[in-house]
Write a protein that binds this ligand. Structure first.
Ligand code: NI
Ligand code: MN
Length: 235
């Protein structure tokens, strides 16, 4: 990939992205309680932004602790943003948005999309679940699909946003499994796909190798299966 963005999968749906200028972005930082997060990634000392797809514990994870420690901005849908503040996120660090909107930050932008799932935080309704399209100044676009099943709008998102890389939940049980996620790639048509939300808990039985085989035999998308903590954009 022709980009100097760094991208690390940290187990489950958690990622750290680093812009070419060094902006540190976490997405769905479920780290300290995540059995697949490498030990040295469990307690970040620095962060500039946290982006959240929805309110479930395996996505919000350590958000409030990291935010308090680092002073980072936390971007999420309106209702979840309200709940995070109620649970201790300092007001000035909360950035609320909604679907269809794009916010330009220092050297990247975030567009919030639909996801077909549910969302709650600490037992309260947390607004709708979302996906996030993250675009960097060198034109790299990464679509974190959040937790979702398949929906036809993915075809529109493919046309509108032309994602280079899709981060695709395929562990089954709470999201798509490999078969449905393969059909989702057929609609979305990213250049690359990275399977996520598998193997964390015993019920998440969807196999990333099966996903890779199915996607690569039926679409033009190439599937990468990174190890946790590895920069999968490095040459
Ligand atoms: Ni969820
Ligand atoms: Mn989840």
């Amino acid at each position: 990939m022709d980009t100097s963005v760094q991208a690390f999968w940290l187990g489950h749906s958690a990622f750290k992205l680093v812009s070419p200028e060094g902006t540190q972005i976490y997405v769905d930082p479920f780290l300290s309680g995540n059995p697949n997060t490498p030990d040295d990634w469990k307690d970040p000392d620095e962060a500039d932004y946290i982006l959240l797809t929805h309110g479930h514990g395996d996505h919000v994870g350590d958000t409030i602790d990291i935010a308090k420690k680092t002073g980072c901005q936390v971007v999420s849908i309106v209702e979840l943003s309200g709940l995070l503040k109620k649970h201790g996120l300092p007001k000035e660090q909360a950035v609320e948005m909604n679907k269809g909107g794009t916010i330009e930050f220092d050297d990247f932008s975030v567009t919030m999309t639909s996801a077909n799932h549910s969302s709650s935080f600490q037992g309260e309704y947390a607004g709708e679940p979302a996906g996030l399209i993250i675009r960097f100044e060198d034109d790299l676009s990464i679509y974190h699909m959040g937790d979702t099943n398949i929906f036809y709008d993915l075809e529109l998102y493919g046309d509108l946003y032309e994602p280079d890389i899709a981060l695709v939940p395929m562990g089954d049980y709470y999201t798509m499994g490999p078969d449905e996620a393969t059909s989702a790639m057929d609609l979305l048509r990213p250049d690359y796909a990275v399977p996520i939300h598998y193997g964390t808990f015993p019920v998440l039985t969807g196999d990333p190798e099966t996903f890779k085989e199915l996607v690569e035999e039926s679409t033009d998308t190439e599937v990468w299966i990174p190890d946790a903590g590895e920069d999968f954009l490095a040459d």
